[in-house]
Design a protein around this ligand. Structure first.
Ligand code: ADP
Ligand code: GLC
Length: 502
């Protein structure tokens, strides 16, 4: 069974968030089940630079009026997974991020940038671009790939099955209709049953409308998006597609995120012996200019600085955290206004608050290892990965009861602590009172070494490996391509339908 896995981010080639981690780890887990998984990514400058064993597979003097375009094959460094890069310099050879320029403004030609990417994906998957290679399944991810199911649905003849994973419904790829004729879409009709969205076009809506199967990244979020509170205006369509929609929980890649062998931390440690964690905290306090206080609880925040992540509320409660004797360290970027609030707080509390605005992968690891408590409050959260990572590092997460956070963290109620099931702390309402009360509960437990250690051990023992989730994707792929070559695994029952949404 051949899968074309289409994503706009793949770690370590390009990353702005969890999508990159998933697009690196899930294909590996699928390959371990015997599938041939081929990744497809836009040819961003760093990706072109990092990929090994590069070769030009196919070349066009002009593709959709965007100028020269080449499909370049290569291998992801270290893991060696095969990847194709869509090298179209006029669209992707720019400094800045995959979606925005250096000042945080969306690239004005994003519709065309991702339409070209999607056309290349569709043509590759049908075997019309590289003779001899065609896919059984196209696995698309988020709005950046939403046109692929639409293009394929209207492609005559045999086509691969299409699956779209929604990692975040809040980002929809909405553009004015006047761009439509430039996007090379078949049919030409902007219809409410398809790409039309309140007088505009939406790449994500097109994907949801035309894909064969739809998944999202946790069972709870799969149910939540059917409601007006979480559906971002697409709840009606999502209800219509509920029988084809499945919630499959993300995993954590423990090759990268495990204190046993993390190359970015000053001392490794494990469940049996966490001595190294003390060293990680000590070094982190020194690195960030925090007072050298090994006993002071260190609260960390590794996140996009956005309203989704309740970063505004975290800033509001920060003085309360410090007044309760804790230290606070953050690495993150996003909303400029909220970033400034944090920077100002660092000036107010020197030695107690450390703020690093920016995107720093190694520092994120050191915060996971050196912290005691990870803040992960969210107004909505499709899955969330940092709480999974934090647990493995014995850094207890504080989460709001929403989306994938519900599915992954067990609140340390008295009974859960007694029974040994607790792995973190959870609260209900997205406001500062509840967040601060939850932080206070965590700080109280921190000052009781025995129960703290018990919850910490339980958190570290959690296993959110990808193997189980990959089996669920495999079951969906099989339902779409029953004739694809026999697999070397006995997937006898259908684990996915037990977790069906709706
Ligand atoms: P989301 O994708 O919504 O941002 P996730 O929890 O799924 O949230 O994934 C976030 C990923 O991005 C994690 O791997 C986290 O470590 C990483 N991350 C977020 N912000 C930063 C940052 N400023 N520097 C380094 N890594 C970051
Ligand atoms: C999105 C979501 C996050 C999820 C990640 C990977 O960015 O916000 O919850 O973990 O995608 O699926």
């Amino acid at each position: 069974m051949r899968v074309l896995f289409v994503s706009s981010e793949v770690f370590p080639l390009i990353k702005t968030g969890g999508l990159a981690d998933v697009s690196a780890a899930l294909p590996e887990a699928l390959a371990e089940l015997g599938l041939e998984v081929q990744l497809l990514l836009p040819g961003y400058p760093k990706a072109l630079e990092m990929v090994a064993n590069k070769a030009v597979e196919v070349e066009f003097a002009d593709f959709m009026g965007a100028g020269p375009m080449r499909v370049i094959s290569g291998r992801i460094p270290d893991i060696g997974r095969p990847i194709w890069l869509v090298d179209c310099p006029s669209l992707y050879q720019r400094s800045g991020g995959p979606y925005q320029d250096e000042n945080g403004h969306d690239w004005p030609d994003n519709a065309l940038r991702f339409a070209v990417f999607n056309h290349v994906a569709a043509q590759l998957s049908c075997g019309v671009m590289l003779p001899g290679w065609r896919a059984d399944i196209v696995h698309a991810n988020d709005w950046h790939t939403g046109l692929v199911p639409m293009i394929l649905a209207e492609t005559p003849g045999h086509r691969p099955g299409t699956l779209l994973t929604i990692h975040n419904l809040a980002f929809q790829g909405v553009f004015p209709t006047d761009i439509y004729p430039r996007l090379g879409l078949p049919g030409g009709d902007i219809v409410p049953e398809g790409i039309e969205f309140y007088g505009k076009i939406s790449f994500l809506k097109a994907g949801i409308s035309y894909c064969d199967r739809l998944t999202t990244v946790s069972p709870t979020y799969a149910r939540e998006i059917l409601t007006s509170e979480y559906g971002c205006g697409l709840e009606g369509l999502l209800q219509h597609r509920a029988k084809d929609t499945f919630g499959i929980l993300n995993g954590a890649d423990y090759h990268i995120w495990d204190p046993v062998a993390d190359v970015h931390i000053p001392a490794t440690y494990n469940l049996q012996n966490i001595t190294g964690k003390r060293m990680c905290k000590w070094e982190l306090q020194a690195e960030l200019g925090l007072e050298a206080e090994p006993e002071a609880p260190l609260v960390v925040f590794v996140s996009r600085i956005t309203e989704q992540k309740m970063a505004d509320v975290v800033a509001a409660v920060l003085p309360g955290i410090i007044e309760r004797g804790a230290q606070f360290a953050l690495v993150g970027d996003g909303d400029r206004g909220i970033e400034e609030l944090f920077v100002a707080l660092a000036r107010t509390y020197p030695g107690r608050v450390a703020i690093r605005i920016g995107y720093e992968e190694p520092l994120a690891h050191r915060l996971m290892a050196g912290g005691d408590i990870l803040l992960h409050p969210s107004r909505f959260e499709p899955c969330g990965l940092t709480q999974l990572y934090a647990m493995r590092y014995g850094t207890l997460p504080i989460v709001r009861n929403t989306g994938g956070l519900i599915d992954t963290v067990v609140n340390a109620s008295d009974s859960a602590i007694r029974q040994g099931t607790a792995t973190g702390f959870a609260f209900e309402q997205a406001n500062s009172e509840e967040l601060l009360a939850c932080i206070e509960r965590a700080l109280d437990l921190y000052r009781q070494p025995l129960p703290w250690r018990k919850v910490q051990r339980q958190a570290m023992a959690q296993n959110f490996c990808w193997a189980e989730s990959a089996l669920q994707y495999l079951a969906l792929y099989r339902s779409l391509a029953p004739d694809a070559v026999p697999l070397p695994v006995a997937a006898t029952d259908d684990p996915v339908h037990e977790k069906a949404a709706g």
